[in-house]
Design a protein around this ligand. Structure first.
Ligand code: ATP
Length: 260
């Protein structure tokens, strides 16, 4: 008999509202989802459907009004403090006065681990995201795409078991974004870190994810959950395949259809 592995992420009945002086915004309502170990799930939805709100709740930087979130059975805040959670936001938020390698060392230093920017582990990680040779560069000397690569490497530096990505490539041009999608797939395929990606990029979600959670706005809620039918590893040529185009069209309809 094989042991049943519990899900890495458990979201149950989560709701979150923002109360302003004149009105209340229902940012999220009735969010239920489990993400299995090694799974890649993308939340896909228009601006304002609550993706960033949900991601912040999953990091433990904000608390739901109702419902619970558990990461490997722990509260997000407790889990984050173990270093097992990797996080990358749309804004790479690198410290401008620290070199790329010293930015990468920071999460390890925060956890109290002994690390030097010249350590082999940091060099290997920079190589993996295509920043070989940029160890000593300052963030201001990098392009937007390179800064996002550095932010992705920083999210991976603690060797996390769960990775949360909030539109990490959203501000990039289409070509750079696609290149980083391909690299993220390569990294995920080799490490199989349980990953949640928030995105409004339909082809990004379809290329990367095992399952896509289509969100609707006002209130932010799950409209439907779609299995991605393409086998792995996925070749970059998939982006141009007619089946892929048809699947993206299907997702577009799911985003626009009146939801539950
Ligand atoms: N701090 C806040 N105070 C008040 N309302 C907020 C706050 N943060 C988000 N909201 C509102 O909650 C809703 C969900 O916002 P959220 O940023 O989570 O959506 P999103 O899907 O991430 O959007 P985007 O793709 O544009 O980042 C929106 O209507 C937004 O205006």
């Amino acid at each position: 008999m094989t042991a049943v592995v519990p899900p890495d992420i458990d979201i149950t009945g989560v709701g979150r509202s923002y109360r302003g002086r004149s009105r209340t915004t229902d940012a999220l309502r009735d969010i239920d989802l489990s993400v299995a170990r090694h799974e890649f799930v993308a939340f896909l939805g228009p601006s304002g459907c609550g993706k960033s709100t949900l991601l912040r709740l999953m990091t433990g930087l904000d608390q739901p009004d109702v419902g619970t979130i558990r990461l490997r059975g722990q509260s997000p805040r407790t889990f984050r403090r173990t270093g097992a959670l990797g996080i990358a936001f749309q804004d790479p938020a690198l410290l401008p006065w620290r070199s790329v390698a010293r930015n990468l060392a920071l999460p390890l230093q925060v956890l109290g681990r002994r690390v030097r920017p010249a350590d082999q582990a940091i060099r290997t990680l920079l190589k993996r995201v295509g920043l070989d040779g940029y160890e000593d560069a300052l963030p201001g000397q990098l392009s937007g795409g390179m800064r996002q690569r550095a932010a992705l490497a920083r999210a991976l530096v603690t060797d996390p078991s769960v990775l949360l990505l909030d539109e990490p490539f959203g501000a990039l041009d289409q070509i750079t974004r696609r290149m980083l999608n391909i690299e993220l797939q390569r990294i995920w395929s080799s490490q199989r870190i349980t990953t949640v990606l928030m995105t409004h990029g339909i082809d990004e979600a379809a290329f990367l994810a095992d399952r896509i959670v289509v969100m609707h706005a006002r209130p932010g809620r799950i409209a439907r959950i779609v299995d991605v039918p393409f086998p792995r590893p996925r070749d970059p040529a998939l982006f141009g395949h007619p089946d892929f185009t048809a699947f993206c069209e299907h997702l577009m309809h799911a985003m626009q259809a009146p939801g539950p």
